[in-house]
Design a protein around this ligand. Structure first.
Ligand SMILES: [Zn+2]
Ligand SMILES: [Zn+2]
Length: 211
């Protein structure tokens, strides 16, 4: 991977938990750095370690690279159902601890100042980035430099962090499955559409019928 080779020099000085996130996500980028900061912040404010079950819940208001850092460090995963996606397109996250009942919301601040290494190189890449004139390699280098700068900042410098009142979210629902009356595939009944004649249809089949 050109991405990784080109940025080898930058990997020195990265904390081990960040390297874990990179290994899971597949590359290092500013998005992952945002999620890393939120995960670290949540660990600090909520006194968390990795969630073995569902005692930590993350509500992510975007589906960007950042979410993978939360999955890695907080154990809030898509599969366990303690990762809730809200499609708001915001760089904002709420992390809730069932043990303490406390929740914190992290919302990205609008101002950003690069404080990392290779400032001149970064500035040149940043202007290329805004022009859209970067080669794929330069783009990877830009994202790596910015990601590293972000990841090494204190969480509070990048995110507004505040404790919020938060209603305890329900545990991931487990519902019985029923065979769809059209395709026959087992489907969670709570996700199915009931027809006038009382049949349960899966969503794809129900939508097909409407056409
Ligand atoms: Zn990424
Ligand atoms: Zn079906």
């Amino acid at each position: 991977m050109t991405d990784m080779n080109m940025n080898k020099d930058l990997e020195t000085g990265l904390p081990d938990d960040l390297k874990q996130c990179i290994a899971f996500h597949g590359h290092f980028c500013p998005g992952l750095a945002y999620g890393y900061l939120v995960a670290r912040g949540a660990q600090k404010y909520l006194g968390l370690s990795r969630s073995s079950d569902e005692e930590v819940v993350a509500i992510c208001e975007n589906d960007s690279c950042s979410v993978d850092a939360l999955q890695t460090l907080l154990g809030t995963t898509f599969g366990k159902g303690n990762l809730v996606f809200r499609d708001y397109g915001k760089n904002a996250f709420t992390i809730f601890s069932r043990n303490t009942g406390k929740a914190y919301r992290f919302s990205r601040k609008t101002d950003y100042v690069y404080e990392g290494e290779n400032l001149e190189e970064y500035n040149a890449l940043a202007s290329g980035f805004s022009d859209g004139s970067l080669s794929p390699e330069q783009n990877a280098r830009y994202r790596y430099l910015k990601g590293k700068d972000l990841a090494l900042k204190p969480c509070e410098k990048v995110f507004d962090v505040r404790e919020i009142e938060f209603e305890r979210p329900p545990y991931a629902p487990l519902a019985p499955s029923t065979a769809c009356a059209v395709c026959g595939e087992l489907t969670m009944q709570t996700k199915m559409v009931k027809t006038g004649s009382g049949d349960f249809l899966c969503k794809p089949c129900a939508e097909q019928k409407d056409r």
